[in-house]
Write a protein that binds this ligand. Structure first.
Ligand SMILES: Nc1ncnc2c1ncn2[C@@H]1O[C@H](COP(=O)(O)OP(=O)(O)OP(=O)(O)O)[C@@H](O)[C@H]1O
Ligand SMILES: [Mg+2]
Length: 243
């Protein structure tokens, strides 16, 4: 059984078709990447999987549960690292985690030690008492990752987790993702970095204009199209391979 299974997933925003009838299945423990140009529909797909919004049509099941059937049960088992910074600027780093834990009914006596452990995991434990305004962009991304882990999720959704990170921090995020996968956590990410997708994704779905143009392992795609993953991406999203 798939952790996430989508059949005919379609999402309209008013008259705009953002996701146009896509099918995919993501297995337990897999690291699955959604690639595609700006506006391809990646974040919209994440939003449907994490029950932020329902699909317009089609069927999406997470842990075998329909996203329109029992969203709160699904949400309790998912961690989400959003594309945008959604941290509370009125709270410090540690408080951001503790307040977020309340959404999952985690009492403060449990959430505080957990929050401190997660800050250690993402290596910003020295920033626990610092206001959000005092964090660099990369530190905010780390805190968002820690926040996504507060409910010990079985499925972690990461929307551009390494955007704006320096090369060393990016590598460190890859290591965290590896560590989580080693624990059996299923990972779904979006990225514009082909090197990242190649390194950490078991399979990728390349999206364009709301559709999935291919799903496969990076290795198989590169061998089929005789080029780098970036070549494959450019070809499949409409730009020709360089001669
Ligand atoms: N809340 C919204 N209301 C209206 N249109 C939206 C909304 N969110 C996204 N869209 C539109 O839906 C389409 C898909 O957007 P989406 O954010 O899913 O793309 P994306 O692949 O995540 O892009 P990016 O790489 O820039 O993050 C775009 O045309 C976008 O303008
Ligand atoms: Mg997006």
């Amino acid at each position: 059984m798939y952790v996430v299974a989508a059949k005919g997933l379609t999402k309209y925003y008013g008259a705009l078709c953002a996701v146009d009838g896509i099918d995919f299945g993501i297995s337990k423990g897999e690291c699955f990447g959604f690639l595609g140009p700006n506006g391809a529909g990646k974040t919209t797909v994440m939003g449907v999987i994490n029950c932020f919004m329902p699909p317009t049509s089609g069927e999406v099941k997470v842990f075998g549960i329909d996203v329109t059937g029992n969203p709160s049960l699904i949400k309790s088992r998912i961690g989400v690292m959003p594309q945008d910074d959604s941290l509370d600027p009125d709270l410090n780093v540690l408080e951001n985690l503790i307040v977020y834990a309340r959404y999952f009914d985690i009492p403060k006596k449990d959430s505080e030690p957990m929050a401190r452990e997660l800050l250690r995991f993402v290596e910003i434990e020295d920033k626990a008492g610092v206001n959000i305004k005092g964090l660099s962009g990369g530190m905010k991304r780390r805190l968002l990752m820690a926040r996504a882990l507060i409910n010990n999720p079985e499925l972690l959704i990461l929307d551009e987790p390494t955007v704006g990170l320096d090369p060393q921090s990016r590598r460190s995020v890859w290591e965290k993702m590896e560590a989580l996968r080693a624990k059996g956590v299923t990972l779904i990410l979006t990225t514009h970095y082909m090197e990242e997708a190649e390194k950490i994704c078991d399979r990728v779905a390349i999206m364009n204009a709301g559709r999935i143009v291919t799903i496969d392992t990076p290795v198989r795609l590169m061998s089929e199209y005789k080029g780098s993953l970036e070549d494959v991406y450019l070809k499949l999203t409409g730009r020709p391979l360089a001669a």
